[in-house]
Design a protein around this ligand. Structure first.
Ligand SMILES: [Zn+2]
Length: 289
């Protein structure tokens, strides 16, 4: 969707083709929600039961960041679209500041002279929702009987799960998110994004297989961990194009199936780890005010 805006501003002639090629497919597509649910069930027993058993609710909320891109919700859509990706090439080797979104936007805008919403702000969306969950868990520890508290934890945890899944999808970490630009114009392997998105559902990569044996762990430096995770995901971009070039997403091979499963499991692991870290860290938070 962001490319629509980018191309519109650039006045590109390929606009029509690009828009026509945009598929509504979402990474983990039909499986996204059930994977969130399966991951929740794998949380350790010290996490509150409302959260461990809140899989269905978490699963619903994990779809919200895409709903916020509804075309009629113009303010929200514009604020939201950059949250789903980070085009690492566009950082020109610079590191995003691990402080807050505004410092990141400043670096991209003033130092790199680029539009932050087109370079992407995914790690900030992850950190912000991780912290929302941590603050919510703190409230649960303080006031376990307030009815609103579990709800807000489930909203934050579900939304967080959306962005962690995005981070695991290599094509959310590159400007070549759907095909590679050719010297004479146009894109090679257009549609690769939708082909990869559709793979898990089409090939029976389901929640049980994705979350099998995963165990939640506490992350030390959450920002550093998330940036490392995004870099690892980015390192698989070439592999996505290689597999797609031999049509291994359309006609699955052992290799393409193992590749996609690994990315899905990485996403589920990150989700689990951030949920659990938010719970553990919530114990030592200072009072809000
Ligand atoms: Zn997304």
């Amino acid at each position: 969707m962001r490319r629509f805006a980018a191309l519109l501003l650039g006045g590109s002639a390929v606009l029509a083709g690009v828009v026509a090629g945009l598929a509504p497919a979402v990474w983990w597509s039909g499986g996204h929600e059930s994977i969130t649910e399966a991951a929740a069930a794998r949380l350790p027993d010290d996490v509150p039961a409302f959260f461990r058993r809140g899989g269905k609710l978490l699963a619903h909320f994990s779809g919200d960041p895409d709903r916020w891109k509804n075309r009629e919700a113009k303010f929200l859509r514009r604020a939201e679209e950059g949250n789903h990706f980070l085009d690492l090439e566009d950082l020109d080797g610079k590191e995003l500041p691990g402080t807050n979104r505004f410092d990141g936007q400043r670096l991209i805008y003033y130092k790199l002279k680029k539009d932050p919403s087109r370079v992407g702000l995914l790690p900030y969306a992850i950190l912000e929702n991780y912290e929302r969950l941590m603050v919510g868990f703190y409230d649960h520890r303080q006031t376990p009987n307030v009815e609103a508290v579990p709800m807000k934890c489930l909203v934050a945890g579900g939304v967080l799960a959306h962005y962690t899944a995005d981070a695991a999808m290599p094509l959310h970490t590159t400007r070549d998110y759907d095909g590679r630009p050719q010297p004479g114009g146009g894109f090679k392997q257009k549609g690769v994004h939708a082909r990869l998105d559709a793979f898990p559902e089409k090939n029976g990569i389901g929640p049980e297989e994705i979350t099998r044996g995963l165990e939640a762990k506490v992350i030390g430096d959450v920002w550093a961990h998330v940036m490392k995770f995004i870099a690892e995901s980015h390192a698989e971009v070439d592999k996505c194009y290689e597999l797609d070039a031999v049509k291994a997403f359309e006609n699955p091979t052992d290799e393409s199936r193992a590749f996609v499963l690994t990315r899905c499991r990485a996403g589920a692991q990150l989700t689990l780890d951030l949920w659990y870290t938010a719970w553990v860290r919530s114990e030592k938070l200072p009072p809000h005010w």
